[in-house]
Ligand binder design. Structure first.
Ligand SMILES: *Cc1c(COP(=O)(O)O)cnc(C)c1O
Length: 352
């Protein structure tokens, strides 16, 4: 929490990117802080980080490190599309709602087409309807199916669901992109090998999140189909996403993967969210909005309770997903924090 002169602010559940840098990432950055090292990714730290990712995914993937998720998604999508193509995604997808048009911008006009579906996951019948709705030259041709894992509302796609989505995409000559800002949370939630919910399930390119997992900065763009990575380095450079001191972006990946912190952090965050869900579901008037499968809990509460919480200094978003209050847990959240929030909700309910 933050102290101000006026009152106490409780911002620790606002987002998983409000958390700091976890020790494993911090120490790895420090370890890389020795001497002079070649720039722009031509260094041993970056090479080792790529090697680790290939081990984790059990395949010879092509890896690039960029500064953030918006860049990762936008540049990955741009590399899969031409300007007259379209990308099909869920209506709540980050690429649609939270990237300020960057996917369209970097692809020079590729249009995002969104579909509905319960729990932040698209309905495949509807995806197929959108793909087949038009086949004439006047409509932007569907080229990519983009899914978010874990989704924006904290649910996860099962390996079977991803496989079914990929098969549908393949049938229409489309590629599959995965926004994995919270991929680690999905891996531990499903208890599967990373490959099972990525390339083995048909994903062509994965944007793998680092920041929300405990790193300072940086996401990895992982191409399972190496051909799609052709000239991606130029795209990164042109977009201002090629770090000159790359070792400080790549080294934390070594720390996170080697120590297992990337999964440990995700497991911890998911566990905190599970505890929060359990605590909140016992409070009258509070409704859990989505199945809690990753590190967030979305709740619907009476407006008076929301107002009481806010005036008590609790900060949370309520515009993400389809409304309701979103509480995010991170590697840094503690059981005590969770209980304190649950208590605050309880007393806000009683007071209003
Ligand atoms: C946070 C997030 C991103 C990345 O956002 P940046 O702020 O650009 O790093 C991408 N997708 C999802 C679903 C996210 O929650």
């Amino acid at each position: 929490m933050e102290e101000t002169n006026q009152k106490r602010i409780y911002n620790l559940f606002a987002s998983d990117n409000y958390a700091g840098i976890c020790p494993e990432a911090w120490l790895a950055m420090q370890a890389a802080n020795v001497g002079f090292v070649s720039s722009y990714g031509d260094d041993l730290w970056t090479e080792r980080a790529c090697r680790h990712l290939r081990q984790v995914f059990e395949t010879d993937c092509q890896v690039f490190f960029v500064f953030n998720g918006t860049a990762a998604n936008s540049l990955a999508l741009a590399s899969l599309c031409r300007s007259y193509h379209s990308v099909i995604c869920h209506e709540l997808a980050h690429v649609e709602t939270d990237e300020c048009g960057a996917p369209e911008f970097f692809s020079n006009g590729t249009k995002l087409l969104h579909v509905h579906g319960p729990g932040g996951k698209f309905d495949l019948a509807e995806v197929e309807r959108v793909i087949t709705r038009r086949s004439d030259i006047h409509f932007p041709r569907p080229k990519v199916l983009s899914l978010t894992q874990a989704t924006e509302v904290g649910t996860v796609y099962t390996p079977d669901e991803i496989r079914a989505a990929s098969e549908l995409a393949r049938r229409y000559g489309m590629r599959v992109h995965m926004d994995g800002a919270r991929f680690s949370n999905a891996v531990v939630s499903l208890d599967v090998a990373p490959a099972e919910i990525s390339w083995r399930a048909g994903v062509d390119v994965l944007c793998l999140g680092g920041a929300k997992n405990g790193m300072a900065v940086g996401e990895a763009v992982v191409f399972f189909d190496r051909e799609l990575a052709n000239e991606f380095d130029y795209r990164c450079k042109q977009a201002g996403q090629l770090a000159s001191k790359m070792r400080f972006i790549s080294a934390p990946w070594i720390g996170m993967l080697e120590s297992g912190a990337w999964l440990k952090n995700a497991r911890h965050a998911n566990g905190c969210a599970a505890l929060l869900e359990q605590q909140l579901s016992g409070i009258a008037g509070v409704r859990i909005m989505y199945p809690r499968q990753a590190n967030s809990v979305f709740v619907e509460m009476p407006e008076t309770v929301v107002a009481a919480l806010r005036s008590a200094g609790w900060q949370f978003y309520s515009f993400i997903g389809s409304g309701g209050a979103r509480f995010m847990c991170s590697w840094q959240t503690t059981e005590g924090d969770v209980l304190q929030l649950a208590e605050a909700v309880q007393s806000a309910t009683l007071a209003s």
